[in-house]
Design a protein around this ligand. Structure first.
Ligand SMILES: [Zn+2]
Length: 229
């Protein structure tokens, strides 16, 4: 089966439908229950679920996480990437803030190549020893990232958010969000390194310039010990 080629997003993004809010009680750290208001958006570039804490329209610099769906991590708890940890940590940080929101991108699987193609990345990458962040994408004929955030900017505008504190380590994501005229600060969201995610985090740090601060090697050994106990 041939690979699908993905065009650049060029046509104007619009929100086609919105449903919500629905009040959803969420367990944080298995200790507290925090109420989030969930909204569904369908845009001409994909579907999104947005979980909002507090009065977001009145917030000054609300914490915002833009989370790409990752079936491996968010459903099965894969340790090969930091997606599960980042979502949980975002929920915890936003629950402890007066306002914030998680914008969950249901069509951003595998950096926008889709679920089936992301399985190809994992399968062929693991068989041939490619890194699964950049190298496997190149070998299979993909760009390293197809995600644009015009839809996210449209959703932020829907909530009247024009200043935000973005939870991310990614300079690409920061730059793109800023490019839509939003004022953006950022807070890091660095997962503990372990024997399983170390390959992905190292590539993100070394090749994509992710703002990952601490020493990979020392944390790796420490957490490897923790995981085995
Ligand atoms: Zn993931």
């Amino acid at each position: 089966m041939g690979l699908t080629k993905f065009p650049e997003v060029s046509d104007k993004v619009s929100i086609l439908s919105h449903v919500g809010p629905a009040n959803i009680p969420v367990s944080i750290d298995k200790r507290t229950i925090v109420n989030f208001q969930e909204h569904y958006f369908n845009t001409n570039h994909g579907e999104f679920v947005v979980a909002v804490k507090g009065d977001i329209e009145k917030a000054q610099w609300p914490l915002v996480r833009i989370q790409s769906v990752c079936v491996h991590a968010h459903i099965f708890g894969s340790l090969l990437c930091d997606c599960a940890w980042q979502l949980e940590e975002s929920k915890r940080l936003i629950a402890n803030s007066s306002e914030g929101m998680i914008i969950f991108a249901l069509d951003h699987h595998g950096k926008g190549i889709g679920l089936m193609n992301h399985f190809r990345i994992y399968t062929e990458g693991q068989q041939k020893g490619y890194d699964l962040v950049i190298e496997a994408y190149e070998k299979l004929g993909f760009k390293e990232d197809y995600r644009h955030y015009e839809e996210v900017a449209a959703i932020l505008s829907w909530f009247n958010v024009d200043k935000l504190n973005l939870l991310t380590n990614s300079p690409r994501k920061l730059k793109l969000i800023e490019s839509y005229g939003l004022e953006v600060k950022h807070s890091s969201l660095e997962a503990p390194h372990n024997a399983y995610n170390i390959d992905e985090l190292s590539v993100k740090k070394d090749k994509l310039g992710h703002m990952i601060s601490s020493s990979v090697e020392s944390q790796n050994q420490h957490l490897e010990n923790n995981l085995s106990t």
